[in-house]
Design a protein around this ligand. Structure first.
Ligand SMILES: [Zn+2]
Length: 444
């Protein structure tokens, strides 16, 4: 399963996890991102603008060189050739001499990023790469909402942490940038990215190694069905089930965001009002994103703590995201949750299983196993024609997801009674909340 964030969606800036293509893979590196709000001075802001601009130019130069070679039928320039031509040699030309004014490490990183984006694109064209097709990398623009530059260890950046919640990141040719140290860094970071967000705020984001802290083994297994109207329905092999609602107020903020976006589209191009409207959209976007992320963090941590194995359904993120807004938000949320689950499972010695997206989790009765076909999303409850159980769509899916792990012998041993309690439409659950009948989209 490859994580892909659709264009225009907030990137999963706070997590670094390497996910593999196969189902049932739990290969996760224990690198973690720690991001903080940064407060550069006016002078540092100017230096950062120069740095972002230079990184952007190098990125675009790589794309131009690559597509030029492609059009002329020439072999791909190697990374080394690109580095020599676009960094070392270019700095000696009057057009690119200003590249010497910024640290060279972020430029090399930018070059590597562009190179990787192009390789991925071509591997995807040549079907060397699994998963959905990747588009040709786009040229970066000064007008892009998010600007970033990355310093690795060999750039010689420095981090200071004080006891009163203030941190400093000293970046070559930028200076000592203050940031709000909301939590301590657990170890020395291997890299730092400086980011200018769409709403004009800055962030420093460190990559650090996090030690594993395995929890004692638990016999508990949970299946999680991620939905549109609720964040998740959970069923576990000890017979407990639970519905997790989306954070309160989130819908209201999302509605305000939608209104702000409509308002922005009505504003005249290049007007002061348009700038203001764009800033408003960016701020609401970041509120929604942070609220969701916080909620996902908490749910992921709890699921990993309470269960030895957590099973979730695989979704075709890229495919679905092309449909409707509500859907794309949902898919991005699902991707975030899975990423966080994997990250936390790696840290706590637990396991995440991603069940094939083609598993017919809402077509099969989880009590007797009869498959009775697709049902429109409006059908929330139905009676199994074979065993007569009145099934709840979401819990039935959660139980099927759990059963698909093949780990739930205890549940099978208990017989269909436990499954019936878990999947039926009238049960006791941790938090009762009836489903919203106004549903968007469709699923299997
Ligand atoms: Zn049945």
């Amino acid at each position: 399963m490859r994580m892909a964030v659709p264009n225009g969606m907030p990137a999963l800036a706070n997590i670094i996890v390497f996910l593999h293509d196969t189902n049932y893979s739990v290969s996760v590196s224990l690198k973690k991102r720690y991001a903080y709000r940064a407060y550069p001075s006016k002078g540092q802001e100017r230096a950062l603008a120069r740095l972002f601009g230079s990184c952007r130019v190098v990125f675009n130069d790589v794309l131009a060189a690559r597509s030029q070679a492609h059009e002329q039928g020439l072999p791909f320039p190697t990374s080394g050739e690109l580095s020599k031509k676009l960094l070392t040699d270019a700095k000696r030309t009057p057009e690119r001499a200003w590249l010497t004014e910024v640290s060279s490490v972020p430029l090399q990183q930018s070059l590597a990023d562009a190179d990787r984006a192009y390789r991925n694109f071509f591997d995807s064209l040549k079907k060397k790469r699994k998963g959905a097709k990747i588009g040709r990398p786009r040229f970066k623009s000064r007008r892009d909402n998010r600007q970033a530059a990355r310093f690795t260890k060999n750039a010689g950046f420095k981090v200071e942490q004080t006891s009163h919640g203030v941190g400093f990141a000293t970046l070559p040719k930028v200076g000592r940038v203050r940031f709000a140290l909301s939590r301590d860094l657990p170890s020395k970071p291997s890299s730092v990215s400086v980011i200018r967000q769409a709403d004009g705020t800055y962030q420093v984001s460190f990559v650090v190694d996090v030690a594993e802290t395995p929890l004692p083994e638990s016999p508990r297994v949970a299946g999680v069905d991620v939905g549109l109207t609720h964040l998740a329905h959970i069923a576990s092999n000890d017979g407990a089930r639970e519905v997790v609602d989306n954070p309160r107020h989130l819908r209201a903020t999302e509605r305000r965001l939608a209104a702000a976006q409509r308002s922005l589209s009505r504003k005249k191009k290049d007007s002061a009002n348009r700038r203001k409207a764009r800033l408003n959209v960016a701020k609401l976007h970041s509120t929604v994103r942070n609220t969701r992320l916080d909620h996902h963090h908490k749910l992921a941590l709890r699921l990993v703590r309470e269960n030895q194995t957590v099973a979730v359904e695989g979704l075709n993120v890229k495919g679905l995201a092309r449909t409707r807004m509500a859907k794309s938000i949902h898919d991005a949320g699902w991707a975030t949750l899975v990423t966080l689950l994997k990250e936390k499972a790696a840290q706590y010695g637990r396991e995440i299983r991603v069940i094939s997206q083609w598993e017919p989790t809402s077509q099969v009765c989880s009590v007797c196993g009869v498959k009775d076909g697709k049902k429109p999303l409006s059908v929330r409850v139905w009676t199994c024609g074979d065993c007569g159980t009145v099934l709840d769509r979401d819990y039935n899916a959660a139980v099927n997801i759990m059963l698909a792990t093949g780990l739930v012998e205890s549940l099978n041993a208990c017989g269909p009674d436990v499954r019936r309690t878990l999947a039926c439409a009238t049960g006791v659950e941790a938090r009762t909340h009836r489903t919203d009948p106004t549903l968007i989209g469709e699923d299997a």
